[in-house]
Write a protein that binds this ligand. Structure first.
Ligand code: BES
Ligand code: MN
Ligand code: ZN
Length: 527
């Protein structure tokens, strides 16, 4: 029997903005006008810290080796039984290992989870907690996690929980039962300090990542340039030191942004540029610019249908820069950033742009469009020139689901990194190592810079036969960025979506970039 999912959180405030934005701000309905859901995602487990282990909860014990750590919450008899089970099971405490024990003492369940990384054996409390909560999705009981040895490790475990239990189920109306929503308690000495660390940093980081995953997951009938703007604006409501600037098509036309307006001209859902600046420090900002194609059909150079649905996430870069700004602003980080979302829907249509068209960009440089499917670099061309000119950043990082080529080269564990200078590349690689979001550097070579030049315009957006695809894309963007401005380009087309679950990221939208860029902004300051 189907149960009406009453537990789903009604998005009273957000729904009118999200699903019915079209009637509210335009004369005619765009799309059907019928929202696909009136619900939010199902209720998750709330996360708490405590010194004591609650008596009757299920117990999750994190450990980095085969020893049962000296944790509270077990009687001597229970301890002996658990230790015997560990010894009998060839459990070594490695990441990915776990042991599910039932029938020991009063607790409904005792689960032992390995935390040792495969390479250097150092413990990863985040991943251990993330995989534990994923495995207990259906366990209708309160959970307590022990074994994280200090407040910092406890706060990291909390981040793992918040990222690992993410779900996007708001469109599932016909459900028998939602995942379990009883609370989860991280127990150990120093709980108060762990709570403080969490409240000051990881909680906001998690919120930033989860915000990005929500936007990535939304289908393109719900998320288009204007609704992206409205949802993001709502997320920043009431946060101190934040300024938001929105450019609609008329404003962009006045600024001669022919590239971004051109990409959206085949769609009734017009292009937007959203600029969010957060000033938590003085001095010039770090600029973060994201590709925000809310759906990429390819345009007149239309894509084949296989896998085209995934192009609803072609706004992952734009979402990532906004999620980063959100995390930094909410945690009051002492940094100055400006995040730019270059938003358009790439559709074929009677007014769509054609291969062979020439467009003029913000700074006057022109582009010959050889493929309307190489649209990400077009919207970025206007966005990077605008932010460099108006906001005078000390450095600029762009992030984009730019090319299928990067996924073929690097797979789904590394995003492609391009930088002119080693010092800039090192900034990014260090942030990658610290955050756990991995980058692999790929080449920019002067020879490819010539290859992007066009016969009729300054540059062409495709048809660069002598350069590898991801490098050609990077060179194209680089053409619009002054040599004197430190710049890095991140191609995330291989990492924006997980084909299967990982400890910190269930199958689907990965939220890639927030942890990386949040770390980068904190570490990289103007000289
Ligand atoms: N959004 C795509 C790139 C993409 C492909 C992202 C697969 C995620 C998964 C991009 O706009 C695109 O179509 N790129 C073309 C570029 C080519 C026309 C120069 C590509 O990669 O084929
Ligand atoms: Mn495309
Ligand atoms: Zn695209």
């Amino acid at each position: 029997m189907t149960k009406f999912p009453t537990q789903r959180l009604a998005l009273c405030a957000a729904i009118p903005l999200l699903a019915m934005a079209a009637p509210a701000q335009a004369q005619s309905v765009i799309g059907s006008g019928v929202p696909a859901s009136l619900n939010g995602n199902s209720q998750e487990r709330s996360i708490d810290f405590a010194e004591q282990v609650p008596a009757s909860s299920a117990l999750i014990i994190l450990t980095e080796n085969a020893e049962l750590p000296d944790v509270a919450g077990l009687s001597v008899a229970e301890r002996n039984s658990v230790a015997a089970a560990i010894a009998a099971a060839d459990f070594k405490g490695k990441q990915g290992q776990s042991l599910m024990l039932r029938g020991i003492g009063e607790r409904p369940l005792i689960m032992i989870v390995g935390a040792a990384r495969p390479d250097d054996k150092s413990p990863d409390w985040r991943a251990a907690a993330g995989s534990a909560v994923q495995n207990l999705m259906k366990e209708e009981t309160e959970l307590a996690i022990v074994g994280a040895p200090d407040p910092a490790a406890m706060a990291e475990a909390a981040l793992g929980l918040a990222l690992g239990q993410y779900r996007f189920d708001r469109y599932q109306y016909d459900v028998e039962k939602n995942p379990a929503s009883q609370k989860i308690i991280i127990a150990g000495t120093g709980a108060g300090e762990a709570q403080m660390l969490w409240d000051n940093r990881q909680k906001h980081l998690a919120e930033g990542v989860r915000f990005v995953r929500d936007l990535q997951s939304e289908p393109a009938n719900a998320l288009y340039p204007q609704s992206f703007v409205e949802r993001t604006r709502a997320a920043f409501a009431g946060i101190a030191n934040v300024r938001i600037e929105i450019l609609d098509e008329a404003a962009m036309r006045k600024l001669n942004m022919g590239a971004i307006v051109g990409v959206g001209q085949g769609s009734p859902r017009g292009s937007r540029m959203m600029i969010v600046s957060y000033r938590g420090a003085s001095g010039p900002p770090l600029a973060l610019v994201g590709k925000g194609i809310t759906f990429d059909t390819g345009g007149i150079s239309i894509k084949p249908n296989k896998g085209m649905w995934a192009m609803k996430a072609d706004m992952s870069g734009a979402a990532a820069v906004m999620g980063t700004a959100l995390s930094l602003a909410k945690s009051r980080a002492p940094v100055n950033v400006v995040a730019v979302a270059a938003l358009a829907e790439n559709m074929p249509g009677a007014n769509a742009q054609r291969p062979g068209d020439v467009v003029r960009t913000y700074g006057g440089k022109t582009i010959e469009i050889l493929s309307t499917d190489a649209e990400g670099r077009l919207v970025l061309a206007d966005a990077v020139q605008y932010v460099a000119d108006r906001y005078k950043p000390f450095a600029l990082v762009d992030i984009a689901t730019l090319t299928g080529s990067v996924g073929r080269a690097l797979g789904d564990q590394y995003a492609g990194l391009f930088a002119r200078e080693d010092a800039v590349a090192d900034q990014l690689l260090n942030a990658a190592a610290e955050s756990g979001e991995h980058l692999w550097r790929l080449p920019l070579h002067p020879a490819y810079a010539k290859a992007v030049r066009s016969d009729i315009a300054d540059v062409k957006n495709s048809g660069v036969t002598d350069a590898p695809g991801a490098s050609a894309g990077a060179h194209f963007i680089g053409y619009f960025i002054d040599e004197s401005l430190p710049w890095a380009h991140l191609d995330i087309a291989g990492v924006d979506w997980n084909s299967s679950s990982r400890p910190l990221s269930p199958k689907g939208a990965s939220g890639f970039g927030v942890r990386l860029l949040d770390q980068l902004a904190r570490d990289w300051k103007a000289e």
